[in-house]
Design a protein. Structure first.
Length: 183
């Protein structure tokens, strides 16, 4: 161990503490993603049922409209809540990628509903809502991976700074060890 300029003994972060910190960050990210996504699911289902019961549109068309509304809601939530600390330099590229991956999610989500409705004839209001929800769930797994990997990319320097700050904070809270002189 070395003595820092503050006179405290510091040790480099252990692989276990670094892994724990990454797991904590991922857990917070999943919680924020889930909060925005949960409200987005409610928006999606509310708009779906509203369009379905107030218009003569077919089930999948009503679902596509609801999905588009929830995509707009989710972008705002993800950009300004879940991923507000991520790179903001390429907003146009970010939006294009978000829309591209959201479109793939829309196809996944509504493909499940389409298959249930037209492939199996499950088209009662309850069945439509169940398969809409299942489609949202499957598409959410894809969206989480793609958004965090390609759209809202982490800034490597910011992670390094956060890691260093955490390390320094832990070092300051440790009690210095006293050395005993031999002899």
């Amino acid at each position: 161990m070395e003595r820092s300029s503050s006179g405290l003994h510091t040790a480099p972060p252990t692989p276990r503490s670094a892994a724990r910190e990454r797991l904590d960050r991922l857990t917070r990210e999943i919680a924020k993603f889930g909060a925005v996504g949960g409200v987005g699911v409610l928006v999606n289902l509310l708009v779906f049922n509203l369009v379905r019961h107030t218009t003569d549109l077919q089930v999948v068309r009503a679902s596509v409209i609801a999905t588009v509304v929830s995509i707009v809601f989710n972008y705002v939530g993800f950009r300004y809540f879940t991923y507000r600390d991520r790179d903001k330099s390429g907003r146009t590229k970010e939006l294009v990628l978000f829309l591209l991956f959201s479109l793939v999610g829309l196809v996944i989500e509504n493909g499940v509903l389409y298959t249930a409705t037209y492939g199996f004839g499950w088209d009662s209001p309850l069945q439509s809502n169940i398969f809409k929800f299942v489609g949202i769930g499957v598409a959410t797994l894809f969206r989480f991976w793609s958004y965090r990997t390609w759209v809202f990319r982490a800034l490597p320097a910011k992670e390094a700074v956060a890691s260093a700050e955490s390390f320094l904070e832990k070092a300051v809270t440790r009690k210095p060890r006293t050395r005993q002189r031999v002899g």
